[in-house]
Design a binder for this molecule. Structure first.
Ligand code: SF4
Length: 431
């Protein structure tokens, strides 16, 4: 039985003991095994597909189990990174049908930031407290062959300590094509010029039949995997992503999450998994009747919960992409297995062009308020999650004490959390 949105939104009030007796024997058995072993490797393929396609009380059980497992595995901290997104050009010849961001070179609102601009933007971000710049762009024809390297040099010259998270696997393949270098040599050159981590974007759905409809000119599923595996082997970690809510099915989700598990076992190079909801409004894919109208509430919640369950014991961090969700929905996804809010993203234009309404910047203080509202602990992290600073509001008339710090450590919970520092911030205002 499908549930109405209003009923589904109430799932955080449920406990496992309340919902488990209402779930089917098969789903309950599968979830209990993962909760006990704390590892999704204990599921059979049949159980993975059953979880991805579940509904009604089974779906509620999945959401509650994912939240329980999140608490056991990573504790109550919700992390975020202070960063700036720099989409250095919107000129692109690839023509993905789900993309409303790209422009032709002669369109009035096309743009291309110079290397000086890139350095200046990175410096501004650093001065405003950002620790990361996330750089991606369209693929313009006739890009100078070493332009991606030159962007890294410009940013590192302006801000030597800034973490550079840059270039999708599609851009890496383009850079290889432009320079004639091998993939490995090209990635090592970028690494040696300041590339710290790679966004695992351009994955969408790693199934060539679906990819062919989404974008004929995009790199294949095999090429995507090759770039990611080679980057990890060169010491460049990456995120992993999946775009949902267009024309894919839950079975595609299972296959992609299983592939990410497999790559993680081989390389250990994924820092997190980020489900990206399809924003349909201004896209050709939707206008040509090739996609549904974006994800339903059940799909948003299910993909985050499914990722927590299937990736348990493999990829530790599940991120909500808040620009593609509204604030309430991002909070619900954090209660369905996710533990990271992503970046503050000053200047995010890709989702906005496609019709997303969540805005283009959330301040650290906004993140802290949203996280505290759901009873969790806000913490600023670095890109690789190796440093984390808990951000608690100032308690009137009291400075933070060792006792409070200890209590916060206990609240944070979870196994194997990276070391963290505690910092008090101005209390966020709750409207
Ligand atoms: S998604 Fe990226 S590669 Fe595809 S059209 Fe848009 S900017 Fe170009």
């Amino acid at each position: 039985m499908a549930w109405q949105a209003a009923e589904l939104e109430q799932f955080p009030a449920l406990t496992w003991d309340l919902i488990a007796p209402q779930a089917s024997v098969a789903i309950r058995g599968a979830l209990e095994r993962v909760l006990e072993k704390q590892d999704g490797a204990w599921l059979t393929d049949e159980e993975r597909y059953a979880l991805a396609n579940c509904d009604g009380a089974d779906l509620l059980a999945l959401l509650v189990a994912a939240d329980t497992l999140r608490r056991d595995l990573v504790g109550n901290i919700v992390s975020y990174v202070v960063n700036r997104n720099i989409n250095f050009t919107n000129i692109c010849f690839v023509g993905c049908k789900f993309c409303a961001f790209s422009r032709g070179p002669r369109e009035a609102d096309s743009y291309f930031h110079s290397l000086e601009d890139m350095g200046r933007k990175a410096k501004e971000a650093w001065e405003l407290g950002a620790t990361e710049v996330c750089i991606q762009g369209g693929l313009p024809r006739d890009l100078p062959p070493f332009y991606y390297r030159d962007i890294l040099r410009a940013v590192k010259n302006a801000t030597p300590d800034m973490h550079i998270h840059a270039f999708s696997p599609m851009e890496i393949v383009y850079g290889v094509e432009l320079t004639g270098m091998t993939l490995r040599d090209y990635l090592m050159m970028l690494r040696d010029n300041g590339l710290d981590t790679l966004p695992g974007t351009a994955a969408e759905i790693l199934d060539d039949e679906v990819r062919h409809v989404l974008s004929r000119n995009k790199l294949s599923s095999t090429q995507w995997q090759e770039v990611i595996r080679t980057a990890h082997a060169c010491g460049i970690p990456s995120t992993s992503t999946l775009m949902y809510g267009h024309r894919e099915t839950p079975d595609h989700w299972v296959r992609q999450l299983s592939l990410f598990r497999q790559i993680q076992t081989e390389t250990g190079g994924f820092t997190e998994f980020v489900p990206l909801g399809f924003v349909h409004q201004n896209t050709l894919l939707f206008q040509q009747g090739l996609a549904r109208t974006g994800p339903t509430l059940a799909e948003h919640l299910k993909i985050h919960a499914l990722a927590r369950i299937l990736l348990a014991g493999s990829i530790r961090n599940i991120q909500v992409s808040w620009v593609k969700l509204d604030r309430k929905l991002s909070q619900l996804c954090l209660r369905a297995g996710a533990n990271d809010y992503g970046g503050t993203l000053m200047e995010e234009s890709i989702s906005r062009e496609a019709g997303a309404t969540a805005g283009e910047y959330t301040s650290p203080e906004d993140f802290q308020a949203l996280i505290l509202e759901i009873g969790r602990i806000p913490a600023e992290r670095n890109t690789k999650y190796s440093r984390i600073k808990i951000k608690l509001p100032v308690v009137e008339g009291r400075a933070s004490s060792p006792v409070q710090a200890e209590r916060s450590s206990a609240l944070a919970g979870g196994h194997g959390n990276p070391g963290f520092a505690i910092e008090r911030t101005q209390a966020p205002e709750f409207a």
